[in-house]
Design a protein around this ligand. Structure first.
Ligand code: SAH
Length: 336
């Protein structure tokens, strides 16, 4: 049976047409789900009983479940149990502008980035659309708040689950759905070139972040195996196409790992690579994990100042959750 949180607005309209009902019933259902957070079809009181019964026959509204959470200053990290017994995580962060949520896109990840806890555990499967939508709804309900921003930066490589990610974005972006503005949604990829190009053609106007993490192939090959498939020049070429088609500024993520990619020479090389492009660099302080030997760089400010002097817009990502297994995938990897 299809899960109701998998269904885009237009598809629900088509469903109602197909059962001989008026299209606008789709608006009523979306209002219950996404405005009132009412998930029990029996309580959709403005729909006739007969339609509710039909809906219940055709769709499930079963949801993923909170298994546990850990809390730190301005951060709450959730471990979710999926229906098939798998686990994923989502992280809620409190910023001065409001709340942002980091959602997972897959159970595990096949990209194998050496420094990443999620990548230590191989991909079990893609997340369904509803499992991503529900991360948002359940946390909003749990905390009695509205999430302002969603970043698809949890466990998984979103572009390795491309079709579901696109549907997920459409549902949460839809004013009739969760209604998050496209500029409040960010997808982060390790650089799957064909998907970056496909995404450029969708004109979704959401933010794209690219996990570059190294200024040359020698270093990137060491820490990101995907670089052997799509090396830096291929990724930069795709990025140029993306920038020219979308006119949207792209974030370059650069995780600062001690002794690996944090030399001043690396900063210079990075600035040469990015010069003149509509991008900004977000330096991520490496979040150390017990299972991997990498350390956080102690040169983050020096690196940032070098980039700024060379004319590259640069920010340092605020650290959340160092005290609570904050590194991507740590909560799950303690469980499996
Ligand atoms: N697969 C996507 C999303 C992954 S997580 C991607 O590669 O972009 C989001 C970001 O966190 C990525 O830039 C990832 O490389 C980075 N990351 C992974 N482990 C980390 C750690 N321990 N500390 C800091 N950043 C990390």
């Amino acid at each position: 049976m299809r899960n109701l949180f998998d269904v885009k607005f237009n598809d629900l309209e088509d469903y109602f047409t197909s059962i001989g009902e008026k299209k606008f019933k789709a608006s009523q259902v979306f209002e219950w789900l996404y405005k009132h957070h009412e998930y029990n079809i029996d309580n959709f009181s403005n729909l006739k009983k007969e339609i509710r019964e039909k809906l219940k026959n055709d769709f499930s509204t079963s949801m993923i479940k909170i298994k546990k959470y850990e809390e730190g200053k301005d951060v709450r990290k959730y471990l979710f149990l999926l229906e098939d017994g798998n686990y994923i995580e989502a992280v809620l962060m409190h910023h001065d502008y409001g709340y942002s949520l980091c959602v997972s896109s897959q159970v595990g990840c096949n990209m194998g980035c050496r420094f990443c806890e999620s990548g230590r555990l191989k991909k079990v499967r893609n997340l369904d659309v509803h499992e991503m939508v529900e991360q948002i709804l359940i946390i909003e309900d749990d905390m009695h708040l509205r999430i302002d921003r969603v970043v698809i930066m949890g466990i998984g490589e979103p572009f390795d689950n491309y079709d579901n990610i696109v549907d997920f974005i459409k549902i949460i972006n839809d004013a009739k759905g969760i209604g998050l503005g496209s500029r409040h949604i960010t997808v982060s990829t390790c650089g799957l070139v064909p998907k970056i190009l496909e995404f450029a053609d969708l004109s979704l106007q959401v933010n794209l972040a690219l996990s570059l993490h190294a200024p040359n192939d020698e270093i990137r090959n060491q820490i990101m195996p995907i670089n052997k498939v799509y090396n830096i020049s291929k990724v930069m070429e795709a990025l140029r196409v993306y920038l020219s088609k979308t006119n949207r500024r792209v974030t370059i993520e650069y995780v600062m790992i001690k002794g690996i990619n944090d030399s001043i020479e690396c900063a210079r090389e990075l600035s040469n690579l990015l010069k003149g492009m509509n991008v900004y660099v977000n330096l991520i302080p490496y979040n150390e994990t017990n299972n991997l030997q990498f350390k956080k760089s102690d040169r983050i400010n020096e690196f940032k100042d070098t980039l700024l002097k060379l004319g590259i817009n640069t920010t340092v990502r605020r650290e959340f959750g160092g005290s609570i297994s904050g590194a991507c995938g740590q909560l799950r990897s303690k469980e499996v």
